[in-house]
Write a protein that binds this ligand. Structure first.
Ligand SMILES: [Fe+2]
Ligand SMILES: [Fe+2]
Length: 323
């Protein structure tokens, strides 16, 4: 089966990209299951019930949250009505909502989705390792669920990598969220778990982590708030991770880091990513080859710049070599 995880949706711009783009992605990529992190979808802070519904209507099977889970006070109440909305599982006992659930994918597979929040440079919560261990033990890969996806919402790369290694071979995929910047380390770990430190965001990348740059820069400079943080409003880039799961084992067969520029309402994914049924590494490897043929420093700078553009704004499907 093929699943897609989309990183934190930020504000109206991110929502629009998901609502307009996801139905088409589901069709073109033949996606069986989609998880979207929605913790910043309401003006950058939390999620309302109507926005949650919007994401589900666009094709999200599950929406995960994070440290902004309850920024919109209404979430404390309506989260109880929606099984498909998950907050971190390691919140204190008694917190409204839940942090894990098993959901039926379009191909009939049972998918356990769970989210935990890290503790390094984050609020102190229960141990995320033990909380995730409990979920995976209660519903193991193979007997309890056909596929297990873990959204690990954390700041520190080391903590995210540690969760990946800790769960390697026991879950299908560990994908990081929260930093809003996609990392270039998507891979399949030794035990067969697909891993990426951070999926990035679905939002306007000409920003500071999705927010208009002016106020964040002002606060770093002066430490005095001059206004509110407002989500940046130019067209968003969808960013996330797609994974092919081996139906026999529930482990990863291949994965793609996906960052694709959303190009406006009327252009509805004219240049949408292509699906290559036999994943090898054309985009990145092609650029590396060009790089080695042109070793002078000017060409090297230009190639590096174009490579960066491809990584962030490519309309191609970014495909990395298999392990
Ligand atoms: Fe976020
Ligand atoms: Fe976050």
């Amino acid at each position: 089966m093929r699943l897609l995880f989309l990183g934190d949706v930020v504000g109206r711009s991110g929502r629009k990209a998901v609502v307009d783009g996801l139905p088409r992605l589901i069709e073109r990529w033949k996606l069986d299951f989609v998880v979207v992190n929605g913790e910043n979808s309401a003006g950058g802070f939390g999620i309302t019930e109507s926005i949650f519904q919007e994401l589900v209507d666009a094709g999200a099977d599950v929406v995960t949250l994070g440290n902004h889970a309850f920024d919109q006070r209404e979430t404390l109440v309506y989260i109880e009505r929606h099984d498909r909305l998950l907050r971190p599982v390691n919140y204190p006992k008694g917190t409204p909502g839940k942090g894990a659930g098993v959901f039926r994918a379009r191909n009939g597979a049972d998918v356990l989705v769970t989210q935990a929040m890290g503790r390094v440079f984050m609020p102190e919560l229960d141990c995320p390792f033990r909380a995730l261990e409990a979920e995976v033990t209660a519903c193991p890969l193979g007997s309890g669920a056909d596929v297990i996806l873990v959204d690990f919402h954390a700041e520190a790369t080391s903590e995210k990598q540690a969760v990946g290694v800790f769960l390697d071979g026991r879950v299908s995929c560990v994908v990081g969220t929260h930093t809003h910047v996609p990392t270039a380390d998507d891979r399949v770990l030794k035990g067969g778990t697909a891993y990426m430190t951070d999926a990035g965001m679905c939002g306007d990348y000409e920003s500071i982590v999705g927010m208009d740059a002016e106020e964040p820069v002002n606060r770093f400079l002066t430490r005095i708030p001059r206004g509110r943080f407002e989500p940046a409003s130019r067209p968003a880039t969808l960013s996330g991770l797609a994974v092919d799961i081996d139906d026999a084992t529930g482990l990863a067969a291949a994965r793609w880091r996906q960052t694709s520029r959303y190009s406006g309402l009327n252009e509805t994914w004219k240049k949408a990513p292509r699906v290559d049924p036999t994943p090898v590494g054309p985009a990145v490897i092609g650029l590396e080859r060009r790089y080695s043929r042109r070793p002078d420093s000017r060409a090297r700078r230009a190639t590096c710049a174009s490579r960066r553009m491809r990584l962030v704004f490519s309309d191609d499907l970014m495909i990395a070599p298999q392990r």
